[in-house]
Design a protein around this ligand. Structure first.
Ligand code: HEM
Ligand code: HEM
Length: 219
């Protein structure tokens, strides 16, 4: 049992990060191969200018029309995505671990602030789950897997929060936290969360088609 826990808390952390990064690269290569094989005409109008223009327009809060039509969902989604990256990267506990391994460090969030932001992320994920149950046109497209995926993103935040506060079973909570963090990272390239790569590519494609072919805006 101890050897298993040592593995989970040690080498598996690096393996998870490697699968996450290599998995995303593999995903990108597969998309490019697929486009080359089936829709290579896309290259006739794909441009950096129209791609970047669309990606940046969609990064500005409430700039695109459709985001104005669902202001609550988009506000929460925007804040959620920012915090999903900011909280784990700038968390003191995480920076300390990186520093022990690589002797590098960077500025950290105040622990109290990180704690509140963690609750904001958990709230956002509860909101996404409830929205999937309540909004008919979203419910129609929702399967059980969608709820599981939301839970998989929530778990590292819930267990991280519980471990930090040492409410109960501290050691087990840290182990559960690391396992859930590894699981989330590993699943990103192979689940719907590969939209991390797909979403900007979709913007590039639609942005170029609108900008370069139809001479219109896609936001
Ligand atoms: C996979 C490797 C990971 C390791 C080794 C790790 C390690 C840790 C440690 C040691 C703590 C502090 C617990 C304490 O205070 O005793 C912590 C807290 C936390 N971690 Fe991680 N973590 C990992 C992944 C993640 C991921 C992927 C996320 C989120 C995307 C995450 C989010 C958090 C949060 C939100 C907290 C607590 C913040 C708070 O309420 O103050 N961690 N982590
Ligand atoms: C930088 C990379 C990412 C981009 C550009 C992105 C973009 C998006 C977009 C466009 C949506 C649809 C809703 C909306 O328009 O706001 C969305 C929803 C969502 N994304 Fe991301 N995303 C990224 C990374 C991630 C990652 C890494 C995760 C999880 C690990 C994630 C989890 C989610 C969740 C949970 C939702 C809500 C889905 C639901 O309703 O169930 N995103 N994202």
């Amino acid at each position: 049992m101890n050897a298993f826990i040592d593995f989970i808390m040690g080498p598996m952390v690096w393996i998870a990060f490697l699968i996450f990064i290599l998995g995303l690269i593999l995903k990108l290569v597969m998309i490019i191969k697929d486009v080359n094989a089936r829709e290579s005409y896309v290259y006739s109008y794909l441009t950096w200018k129209h791609s970047l223009r669309s990606i940046f327009a969609w990064l500005i809060p409430f700039f695109p029309q459709s985001t104005k039509q669902s202001p609550i969902f988009y506000s929460i989604s925007y804040i959620f995505h920012l915090l999903l990256f900011i909280v784990p990267i700038f968390l003191m506990s995480h920076i300390v671990l990186v520093n022990e391994a690589f002797q590098v460090s960077w500025m950290a969030l105040d622990d109290g602030v990180a704690d509140i932001l963690t609750l904001v992320v958990i709230f956002a994920l509860v909101f996404f789950a409830i929205r999937r149950m309540m909004v008919p046109e979203v419910k129609y497209l929702t399967s059980f897997t969608d709820y599981i995926l939301i839970l998989i993103v929530a778990l590292p935040f819930i267990t991280g929060f519980l471990a930090y506060h040492q409410f109960f079973l501290y050691r087990w909570m840290v182990i559960a936290h690391v396992i859930s963090g590894e699981m989330m990272l590993i699943l990103i390239p192979f689940s719907r969360f590969s939209h991390m790569i797909v979403a900007p590519l979709t913007r590039a494609y639609i942005g170029s088609e609108f900008g370069n072919v139809r001479h219109a805006k896609d936001w």
